[in-house]
Design a protein around this ligand. Structure first.
Ligand SMILES: *Cc1c(COP(=O)(O)O)cnc(C)c1O
Length: 386
């Protein structure tokens, strides 16, 4: 590490430790460390083409028309009204839909209200699933194995669940941070065999990046909801639609549970911009264009991951999401590599050293624009050439 970078390095580490088990936001880094130039943010997992698409509509329909005034001055619609819209679009009874200020709010709502004694979490994972557990909840862990590329083995998992009898289980598909994917049929088999578990939470926040055929059709299990009264499907819109800043997510869950949540809160938890997004999400013209940028981004992701796979001294784990988990095999730590990438190349990646269930040195890298992907590949090649 160059010595002139030492001070910057220390400041960055302080920011990182202040962010707990998450990464400091790009806004925090920009204001606290203005001297640090971030060229590529490959830490946050977002489809940049989808952000552009949203902005195109936003400018045309809210800014150019002056409608933004109404969005800012007045209250947005209530939770129930937005769930009517989303339910109509998903062809799911709106009484089963819970609209949230980002999926993180749903995770908190479910874990605080409906999770009793024992909560089973697969690790590595998205940390709020265990961090939000209340003191009376016992959290138990199922290890996704590195030797099996972090792929969940349905048989092994089913026998683990039978043995431990958790009250709630969580399946993130594709999983964050490893990108591991359970096929549509495997998922159906799992929920059929585990129909006796009181709560099954399925987080499909990355499902728009997964596919099972060459036409890249979306493999969601939303259509199965009616058959399984114990399912909760959680969907963040932050990554696939590239709009983490406006906080949009929804869940499909048993109607009595939605009722219980709305009875004591969440009345206006979507802001005006989130409501604008949810309205777009139900529109054919927007969705048609979204489909194009979704597929374009998946195609570029595939190419990016293949290129990363040719770099020596790293292992790129198989993924069906818009990011890859990379194991560092040149003897350096994830701290060292992520800092080197940030300070010498301006590339911000997720240093996974705080992730429980990851045994080794790992970073997670998101797919970005094509030119940015090329820059990441070139830089990693340089870093691991030495
Ligand atoms: C990012 C993420 C979420 C939360 O997203 P929000 O921005 O709060 O909508 C939920 N689940 C997983 C698996 C995630 O990676």
């Amino acid at each position: 590490m160059k010595t002139e970078n030492q001070a910057l390095f220390e400041k960055f580490h302080l920011l990182k430790s202040n962010a707990g088990t998450h990464s400091p936001s790009i806004t925090t880094i920009k204001s606290e460390l203005p001297e640090l130039e971030i060229k590529v943010d490959a830490c946050f997992l977002s489809n940049p083409y989808a952000t552009e698409l949203f902005l195109k509509y936003f400018r045309k329909e809210l800014i150019d028309t002056g409608e933004i005034n109404r969005v800012l001055e007045f209250y947005p619609s209530q939770n129930k009204e937005i769930s009517q819209l989303v339910g109509g679009h998903l062809q799911i009874d709106p009484s089963r839909i819970f609209i949230a200020n980002g999926a993180t709010e749903i995770i908190q709502a479910i874990i605080h209200n409906f999770v009793k004694e024992k909560l089973l979490i697969n690790i590595p994972t998205f940390s709020p699933y265990y961090e939000f557990a209340l003191p009376h909840t016992e959290v138990i862990y199922y290890n996704l194995k590195k030797e099996e590329n972090f792929r969940l083995d349905p048989d092994d998992y089913i026998s683990f669940v039978k043995e431990n009898k958790p009250h709630t289980i969580v399946l993130i598909n594709p999983n964050n941070p490893d990108g591991g994917y359970l096929s549509h049929n495997e998922m159906i088999r799992l929920i059929q065999e585990l129909a006796w578990v009181p709560n099954i939470i399925i987080d499909e926040s990355f499902i728009h990046f997964a596919f099972e055929n060459s036409s890249l059709e979306l493999p969601s299990i939303v259509s199965m909801m009616d058959q399984f009264p114990n399912l909760y499907i959680i969907k963040s819109m932050s990554k696939d639609f590239g709009i983490a800043g406006i906080r949009c997510g929804y869940a499909i869950m048993p109607p009595d549970k939605v009722k219980q949540l709305l009875k004591t809160g969440y009345l206006w938890n979507s802001g005006g911009l989130a409501e604008y997004f949810f309205r777009l999400y139900t529109r054919k013209d927007f969705l048609k264009e979204y489909e194009e940028v979704r597929k374009k981004y998946i195609t570029e992701s595939l190419f990016f991951v293949t290129e990363l796979g040719t770099i020596p001294k790293i292992k790129v784990y198989p993924t069906k999401a818009n990011f890859v988990l990379i194991e560092i095999l040149n003897g350096k730590s994830a701290d060292e590599i992520s800092t080197e990438l940030l300070l010498n190349y301006g590339i911000y990646v997720r240093n996974c050293s705080d992730k429980i269930g990851l045994n080794g040195q790992f970073i997670r890298v998101a797919t970005r624009y094509k030119l940015e992907n090329e820059y990441i590949v070139k830089s990693l090649r340089e870093v691991f050439h030495k």
